[in-house]
Design a protein around this ligand. Structure first.
Ligand code: AP5
Length: 237
């Protein structure tokens, strides 16, 4: 399955992409993770991208597209992928469509997770990530057993540089100006699934699987209708 995950910073795109990987047998391809890896390795691309990321603004397209193109060319992404954080603008979405067209492929769905701003600030301020294995925690919603150590590998947990409050506010502004219009774009293409993002991660995963037709609709799964009524016809998040 070829999916795009949309939603504001901290909406839970990465959390859901990781949950869905095994279910859909398709790898998560996270533009933010690819960029952070390049920064960590101090590649030329990473050095150039870092300043943009630290300010909470979008990294120039040529850098992001290079990483995404390389990653989607790897064998494990040939059967499908879960894109997380890309595309982030209508221009990136159009480039993605052309990239896929060359491979004789199309997107199956764009899943937008809807979460109000006040919840986003709480989620981001509590987020901690393992330096060794990338596992993610939340200091209140999903705390590690030992303070600052990963449950799986005992690695050190850290807070992302761009999770400082001012930078988060800038990321939210950038989302509203540049990324939110993508919801309309994918709605026009009849690919959009709006998912209510409040609840336990497993509940949200269930809503997504229903929207993808991988689970029958059941209790509490009226995701799109609920999300639309909370956010207006063209969701705010
Ligand atoms: P990126 O890394 O993509 O950041 P983001 O989009 O801002 O998203 P986040 O990773 O912050 O949040 P998320 O939605 O994945 O939430 P998560 O699952 O972690 O981008 C970073 C930067 O890179 C950008 O600012 C830009 O500079 C650059 N960049 C990236 N892609 C680019 C592109 N395409 N073009 C240009 N520049 C680009 O969850 C957050 C927290 O909430 C966690 O602690 C989690 O445990 C918790 N949580 C998750 N779900 C729930 C739940 N249901 N209930 C309670 N807590 C939950």
């Amino acid at each position: 399955m070829r999916l795009v995950m949309l939603g504001p910073p901290g909406a839970g795109k990465g959390t859901q992409a990781r949950l869905l990987e095994a279910r859909l047998n398709s790898p998560q391809v996270a533009s933010g993770d690819l960029l952070r890896e390049a920064v960590r390795k101090r590649t030329a691309l990473g050095i150039e991208a870092k300043d943009y990321m630290d300010r909470g603004v979008l990294v120039p397209d040529e850098l992001v597209l290079k990483l995404i193109n390389e990653r989607l060319s790897q064998a494990d992404a040939h059967g499908g992928f879960i894109l997380d954080g890309f595309p982030r603008t209508v221009e990136q979405a159009e480039t993605l469509a052309r990239m896929l067209e060359k491979r004789g492929e199309t997107l199956d769905k764009a899943v937008a997770i809807i979460v109000p701003d006040e919840e986003i600030i709480k989620r981001i301020s509590g987020r901690r990530t393992c330096r060794s294995c990338g596992a993610m925690y939340h200091m209140i919603y999903d705390p590690p057993r030992n303070m600052n150590l990963c449950n799986s590998c005992n690695g050190e947990l850290y807070q992302r540089d761009d999770d400082a409050e001012d930078t988060v506010r800038m990321r939210l502004e950038v989302y509203a100006a540049s990324t939110r219009p993508l919801l309309e774009h994918y709605e026009r293409l009849n690919l959009l699934a709006l998912i209510e993002g409040i609840g336990r991660p497993e509940e949200i995963e269930g809503r997504i699987l229903v929207a993808l037709g991988r689970l029958p609709a059941g209790d509490g799964t009226s995701n799109a209708a609920g999300a639309r009524s909370k956010t207006g016809a063209q969701s705010k998040n």
